[in-house]
Design a protein. Sequence first.
Length: 223
Amino acid sequence: MPKVNLKIRPFKTKPLHPSVRAALEIPESINDKTFLTQWRAAARRVCKPCWELRYCPYGPLVEDFPLLPPTRADAVSHNEYLRRCLDSGKLSDGKPLDAERRNAFNAEVARFNPKDYPDSIPKDITMMSCSVFGHICPVIFSNEAFTETSSSRRSGRYIPFKTKVRVVRRDNYTCQHCGKHLLDNEVEFDHRIPISRGGSSDEHNLRLTCHDCNRDKSDRVDI
C-alpha cells in the first residue's frame, strides 16, 4: 500500500489575538506557529460528526467546550445595535426596552473596547466550531484517527481502484455538481469532506465531478 503523506504545510497567518489564545486555553509556553501546526494536524485526523453523520451526537455537551470570541467587525456591529436600542428605546422587533435590558446594554456599551476582539480568526480554527452552539467541536480534542461510520477511516488521497469503479457506477459517469456526462478520461473524484478537513477516501465521502467543478470547490465542505 502506498505511504500516506501526512506532512503539514507551515502556517502563514497573523499572530493569534490574546482573546483567541485565552478561549482555547493555549499555554504561554506554546507559540502560535506550534499551536496552529498541532491544531491542523489534529483536524486532519478527525472529522466533525455533523459533516459525516449530519447530526451531532454530543448535543448540548458542546457548550462545555471553548467558545471563540466574535471578530472585531461583529463586535462593533453588535455594539452599534445596542446603541440604537438605547437611543430608540426599542429592540429590533419593536418591543420597548425595559429597565433591566437598558441597564445591561448601558454597561456593555460602557466597557466596549474594539481592541478586545480579533480582526480575524484562522479558518482552520473556525471550521471546527459548532454550527449551532458556536463552541469548538469536542471531536478536535479526541485527536484520534476515527470515523463515526462503521468502516475504518482511510487517510490520504489514495483511492483504491475498486472504490473508484463503485463510485463511477453509482454516479453513472455524471458530474454531481453540474450534471455533465463524463468520458473515462474526464472523470475526477471529489471528496465531499476535504482531506484537509478530516475527510476520508472511503466511498461514502467520494463523488464524481468534472475538472472545472472540482477546482471551483477547493477545500469547502460540501455534503
